[in-house]
Design a protein around this ligand. Structure first.
Ligand code: PLP
Length: 299
């Protein structure tokens, strides 16, 4: 299975990885939540997470009582950070970090002696840009020292229920991760390993699944724009990050009145106060219904 991850990383990301630089994980959420524990962090440590972020980065830090700080650009990451999370493409914004932004974050991590981990579970779902892995040689040069990337079958293969992912990168950090996980019983059942190998060696289902999301995205984007929403970022991933310039709960309530469910932006951080997140994961029929309901919104 690790060879299948290595072959996939070479093919899909242009990243070369040896087998001792890969640890399978039980989906990506599990490693996101447990990495601070696995790395031995505690209340003396600082974990840096993006200003707008998937909540589990903070949850993982809270599990070890580490302090969470947020950042937008690399220079805002404090000197005392031990672990830095990147999420590109981002949930909730769909923003993609450029090679130069990733280089800055890696340089900052190395300068302060932190480990940097990029959660790249949406990396094969680029729409307006092609996301680059933090482990790509254009970003890290010749060495993956202090750098990890987290991947998952949940989004690319639509296999969230199978709970299969992997963390790749710096072999010294991976060795610690493997040792601890092995003794903690965080292992994948063999049928899931077989399914993982099958999914990673096939690109056709990824292309079909992408088409499904792409079509929903076209429908939703047009309907949202028509209804007076501004769509920010959203270049990749499974979400549209939108605003009408009013408070997120006002928008949640307005959309709920016409039977549309969305996520309030401040769920992901203060900076999301005026945004809501719509997902491309509802069925085609429901997405079409959402489009016609958006047309009923008061101006
Ligand atoms: C940014 C991000 N990371 C990780 C996950 C977890 O996914 P999984 O554990 O299914 O791989 C999600 C799920 O929505 C996510 O949005």
């Amino acid at each position: 299975m690790r060879q299948a991850w290595a072959d996939w990383a070479a093919r899909a990301l242009g990243v070369t990885t040896e087998l001792d630089e890969i640890s399978p994980t039980i989906g990506s959420k599990e490693i996101v939540a447990w990495l601070p524990t696995i790395l031995g962090l505690n209340d003396a440590h600082v974990v840096a997470i993006p200003e707008l972020a998937y909540p589990t980065y903070a949850v993982g830090a809270q599990m070890v009582k580490a302090r969470v700080v947020t950042y937008v650009t690399a220079d805002e990451i404090p000197d005392n950070a031990t672990l830095i999370w990147v999420n590109s493409p981002s949930n909730p914004t769909g923003q993609v970090q450029t090679v130069s932004q990733l280089q800055d974050i890696v340089a900052r991590a190395r300068a302060i002696g932190a480990v940097v981990v990029s959660d790249e579970c949406y990396i094969e779902l680029g729409w307006e840009v092609t996301p680059v892995s933090i482990l790509h040689p254009d970003v890290i040069g010749e060495s993956n020292q202090s750098v990890l990337a987290v991947h998952s079958l949940s989004k690319r293969s639509n296999l969230a229920g199978y709970r299969s992912g992997a963390v790749l990168g710096d072999r010294q950090v991976i060795a610690d991760i493997i040792t601890l996980r092995k003794h903690a019983g965080m292992l994948l059942a063999s049928p899931i390993q077989a399914a993982t190998m099958a999914a990673l060696t096939d690109a056709d289902h990824v292309a079909s699944q992408r088409d499904v999301y792409h079509n929903r995205r076209v429908v939703l984007r047009a309907a949202l724009t028509q209804a007076g929403f501004e769509i920010d970022h959203s270049q990749a991933g499974l979400y549209l990050w939108v605003t009408r310039g009013i408070g997120c709960f006002e928008t949640v309530s307005m959309l709920a009145d016409v039977g549309i469910l969305c996520a309030p932006g401040d769920f992901y951080g203060q900076a999301g106060q005026k945004h809501v997140r719509l997902a491309l994961t509802a069925t085609d029929e429901r997405v079409n219904q959402v489009a016609s309901r958006l047309a009923q919104l008061p101006a």
